[in-house]
Ligand binder design. Structure first.
Ligand code: SAM
Length: 232
């Protein structure tokens, strides 16, 4: 992968960035995504935010090597604190982290989202945390995608401003993904279902504390929901 040719996962994230947007890519270890977006003419200006020094330095190096230092600003910063007022960022991308970490980044820096119209999140696990954050913060799920690359399955969630309600199943599996029920979607939830069943049977052997019982109940609810989705 390089700044001109992205992985299918990052290329799918990039496909949701509108032409002319000003993007902040948060957790941008090599700045691949912002450099790609500038190279292919989708954006003219971007911010790459990275909290760890090593990855930050590699982002700086890549941006320099590509001759994009005037278009891509790289900042060493925690989450959305990479965005500054004068940047006029209107689109945030956050890819390659767990859903709960992405939701925490959105929550703790939400005052930096003032001018942002679209958030494109690609959680590696537990996308539900992002959908729940969206509902609680007046964002709607505007679009979703699911893809498989190198044996791994990735979800992408596009948020825009608005209010909507989703039921538990939609929050868990994604309203758009549920509607389209692609082969990759079905494969993902078959994998999850068998993992939940394995965890559930190991929890049956454990001491039945309140926490274990609550986890078992959550798993049973998810198994029931997803079992029905797969059966229809
Ligand atoms: N976004 C790239 C991608 O999808 O290929 C990189 C993914 S990499 C697995 C996650 C990156 O996010 C790491 O470089 C990590 O240091 C960075 N990161 C984690 N928490 C962060 C935070 N709170 N703020 C900024 N960057 C963060």
């Amino acid at each position: 992968m390089n700044t001109e040719r992205l992985s299918t996962r990052l290329a799918t994230v990039a496909s949701f960035v509108e032409t002319g947007a000003v993007v902040a890519d948060i957790g941008s270890d090599h700045a691949y995504l912002p450099c790609f977006l500038v190279h292919n003419g989708t954006v003219q200006k971007a911010v790459a935010g990275e909290v760890v020094k090593g990855p930050y330095e590699s982002a700086v190096r890549n941006v320099r090597r590509e001759g994009l230092s005037s278009a891509v600003t790289v900042r060493l910063a925690n989450g959305l604190f990479a965005i500054e007022e004068g940047d006029a960022v209107d689109t945030v991308t956050i890819a390659g982290m767990g859903g709960p970490l992405i939701a925490t980044i959105l929550e703790s820096g939400k005052n930096r989202l003032r001018g942002v119209k679209r958030i494109i999140a690609q959680p590696n696990i537990y996308a539900k945390a992002i959908r729940e954050w969206a509902v609680a913060n007046d964002w709607i799920i505007y679009n979703e995608a699911i893809l498989k690359e190198d044996g791994k399955i990735y979800e992408i969630i596009v948020l825009e401003r608005g209010t909507a309600t989703y039921d538990e199943l939609q929050l868990l599996v994604g309203p758009f993904l549920l509607q389209s029920k692609s082969a990759v979607f079905l494969e993902k939830w078959e994998r999850e279902l068998s993992e939940w069943q394995r965890v559930l049977s190991s929890l049956q052997q454990a001491e039945q504390t309140e926490a274990i019982q609550a986890r078992k109940q959550e798993l049973l609810t998810h198994i029931d929901f997803v079992g029905k989705v797969l059966a229809t």
